[in-house]
Design a protein around this ligand. Structure first.
Ligand code: ADP
Length: 465
């Protein structure tokens, strides 16, 4: 309010001063009162004119809105300009803060792994993050303010939008070759909608794998159980001779063993999936692994095959070691060797060879001269319960989980399983371990001691058993 007094004073002074001047001039012509009156009016007019000009300048500044400061006039217009400018600056700051906040908020939603889309009351796209755009096959810029149902024509989605009941999410095939997209709508504000979308292809795949796995396990267990209960019924209802009884018990034991093997492999798989990857600080001597596997291979083959265990390593493999879990490594090599024996007819041979590549990668190859596998089966061999020949697998005590376990173990050790085969020619299964998990000579005195008690890998070379 500081402008009121100077403004009144200015007006009064202009009227008085110019009025006095008019009176002095009027006195010359013997009309002092008229002169004073004309002078006072001229003073008031001049004062108003200056005021109008300042007001005009202020209004021009206000209309221009070019960011320049307000005219720095004294009095009313100066103060009005200052106040307006100050509130404009404060508003600008507020808008900038809100803008930054909005941008941060939108970039947070943009970073979300899920799709987010905002629709106005006419179901037009107001905003959409790139994940959401991808799920619906949209362009976040181009399709802005377009009605969503004009762009997304999937019948399930259109029906969901139209039904107006959004308690549950719906799933529909994504655009192009995308898998399945799940969408949930949340109404908000005055008829506006928030659409949340998620790519559930992977989840659906693992759900279906889990269902398939449970069905397979049930089937695998039900078969021996049915056979067992048949035998139990036979034994309880029929009078059997001693020979018959012995035969039935033998068959029952076979079925029980089959179930035991299956449960054992299932537990191994569950353990492999549920435990952390083996550390690389525990070195398992290769020769120790081969010696153990060799003993059980001999028993399984029972002299029907030529078994050759050897090393192509430059260090003779005597002190070579793999970093990892001994139990897992043993079970994967044993699985490969057992398969080689089971799928190789009598008279065939099985080679188990350890070598270290020039780049340090360790390779354990199990090669046989057996039945071989047709090309189309190779990519699916490591799937659980996948068998090329179901009856041969079961007859020889197979669970259909062996190669799945081997692949898991290889991956947990940072390695891989390579399979090559020719029907009628035999197969080769190679376990490849990364250089970081392979060493060509034992370094710690502990493992050196362990190795020293074993025969050299060359000595393990076995001819016809
Ligand atoms: P299984 O317990 O049936 O042997 P695996 O997972 O170990 O299950 O092997 C999967 C399938 O791969 C087997 O059923 C068999 O058909 C085939 N297979 C595995 N190893 C060999 C091999 N050395 N020679 C021929 N076929 C093999």
């Amino acid at each position: 309010m500081g402008w009121i007094f100077p403004r009144l004073l200015g007006a009064v002074l202009s009227v008085l001063l110019v009025g006095m001047l008019g009176r002095m001039i009027g006195s010359q012509f013997h009309w002092p009162v008229l002169g004073a009156l004309v002078g006072a009016m001229s003073g008031a007019f001049a004062y108003s004119l200056v005021d109008v000009l300042r007001g005009q300048r202020f209004m021009e500044w206000l209309h221009r809105q070019d960011g320049n400061p307000a005219p720095r006039d004294a009095g009313f217009w100066g103060e009005a300009g200052y106040c307006v400018e100050r509130s404009m600056r404060s508003l600008e700051r507020q808008v900038a803060t809100e803008q930054t906040r909005l941008e941060q908020f939108l970039s947070a939603i943009e970073a979300s792994p899920n799709g987010v889309m905002l629709l106005d009351e006419n179901d037009q796209i107001v905003w959409c993050n790139s994940v959401g755009a991808d799920h619906f096959g949209l362009d976040p810029q181009r399709d802005r303010m377009q009605a969503i149902t004009n762009l997304v024509r999937a019948p399930i989605f259109v029906a969901y939008m139209q039904a107006g009941v959004y308690d549950e999410a719906v799933s529909f095939p994504g655009p192009g070759s995308r898998g399945t997209v799940s969408v949930l709508i949340r109404p908000y504000g005055d008829g506006m909608k928030l659409i949340l979308s998620q790519d559930i292809t992977e989840r659906e795949r693992s759900d279906s794998m889990r269902r398939g796995f449970v069905a397979n396990v049930s089937h695998e267990i039900r078969t021996p159980l049915t056979v067992l209960s048949g035998f139990i019924e036979t034994m309880s209802s029929l009078k059997l001779t001693d020979v018959e009884r012995r035969r039935v018990i033998e068959l029952m034991a076979q079925q029980a063993q089959r179930m035991q093997l299956l449960v054992g492999d299932l537990l191994t798989l569950a353990q492999l999936e549920g435990s952390p990857r083996p550390g690389s600080d525990r070195w398992v001597p290769v020769r120790q692994l081969l010696t153990q596997v060799h003993a059980s291979a001999e028993a399984l083959s029972a002299g029907r095959h030529t078994l050759v265990f050897g090393s192509l390593s430059t260090t003779d493999g005597a002190n070579d070691a793999i970093a990892g879990a001994e139990q897992e490594l043993h079970s994967s090599i044993a699985n490969l060797v057992n398969n080689a024996i089971r799928y190789t007819p009598s008279g065939g041979s099985v080679h188990v060879l350890w070598s270290i590549h020039s780049d340090g990668v360790g390779e354990l190859e199990v090669r046989d001269t057996g039945l071989g596998i047709a090309k189309e089966h190779l990519p699916r061999l490591t799937e659980r319960f996948y068998r090329v020949d179901g009856s041969r697998s079961r007859d020889t005590g197979g669970t259909g989980l062996g190669l799945s376990i081997v692949k898991h173990v290889a991956q947990r050790h940072g390695g891989e399983l390579e399979i090559s085969s020719e029907p009628g020619q035999g197969s080769s299964f190679k376990l490849l371990f990364p250089a970081a998990r392979v060493r060509a000579a034992a370094k710690s005195s502990d493992s050196a001691g362990e190795v020293a008690q074993q025969p050299s890998t060359e000595e393990i070379h076995v001819g016809m058993s």
